[in-house]
Design a protein around this ligand. Structure first.
Ligand code: CA
Length: 226
């Protein structure tokens, strides 16, 4: 999952970027409002935007209103100062999905990111089930026939993307977009490697990753033998 973090306070931005990386998210940081506006002009799709309101060059509220006017529906979590209730109200009224007040607990922010991402990715669904495969999106754990699979963060993110689109074709560029960030654009062969690994991991789970030549891959319930 790809996150845009808009924060001009560099120590906070760096700390958050590391914390989000550890959770398996791919983070692009914009350190002022104009760079954030620019980031959304590219073909990049963000699942969540974390937006500080007090920003140089273009403030967060103006940016948020502009995005919503342009019909950009990406979930936005705003960062506000504890004593600025007016900011929070204006932010929510301007289309923010949630807010966190500074100084914040990183774990709380992570939980809010998961919640808004879930709402955006498939309604408020905490659990995705396909065949014998069950994904607990709150705990970020996956079970195949009751056994935990123990996936790496990237494998988990890939499987989550495929599960939310189960039965539909997902293209390689979509997967690349979902797993990459500005630091590390994944090569074609790296994507192939992740898919190969996931396909192996899914053996015996009752779910299979099918290749649709020329289009991409599709996750579906495996055909039973005999
Ligand atoms: Ca600021």
């Amino acid at each position: 999952m790809r996150i845009l973090l808009v924060e001009d306070d560099r120590p906070i931005a760096e700390g958050l970027r590391h914390a989000l990386h550890r959770e398996g998210y791919h983070v692009d940081v914009a350190i002022d409002g104009l760079l954030a506006r620019e980031a959304l002009r590219h073909e990049v799709v963000y699942e969540v935007i974390i937006l500080d309101l007090g920003l140089p060059r273009l403030d967060g509220l103006s940016l948020l209103r502009e995005w919503r006017n342009r019909q950009i529906a990406t979930p936005v979590i705003i960062l506000t100062a504890r004593d600025e209730a007016a900011d929070r109200i204006q932010g929510l009224d301007s289309g923010a999905d949630d807010y966190v007040t500074k100084p914040f607990d990183v774990n709380e922010l992570l939980a809010r990111i998961r919640a808004v991402a879930r709402r955006a990715l498939g309604g408020a669904v905490n659990e995705l089930v396909l065949g014998d495969l069950r994904m607990d999106r709150t705990a970020r754990r996956v079970f195949a026939g009751g056994e935990e699979m123990g996936l790496s963060p990237r494998e988990y993110n890939l499987l989550e993307l495929l599960l939310t689109r189960a039965g539909k074709v997902v293209s390689k560029p979509q997967i690349q977009e979902h797993l990459s960030d500005w630091d590390s654009d994944l090569s074609d062969s790296a994507i192939d490697l992740y898919m190969h690994r996931l396909r192996k991991r899914l053996e015996g789970s009752g779910v299979q990753l099918r290749t649709i030549r020329g289009f991409g891959v599709m996750l579906q319930v495996a055909a039973t033998d005999g």
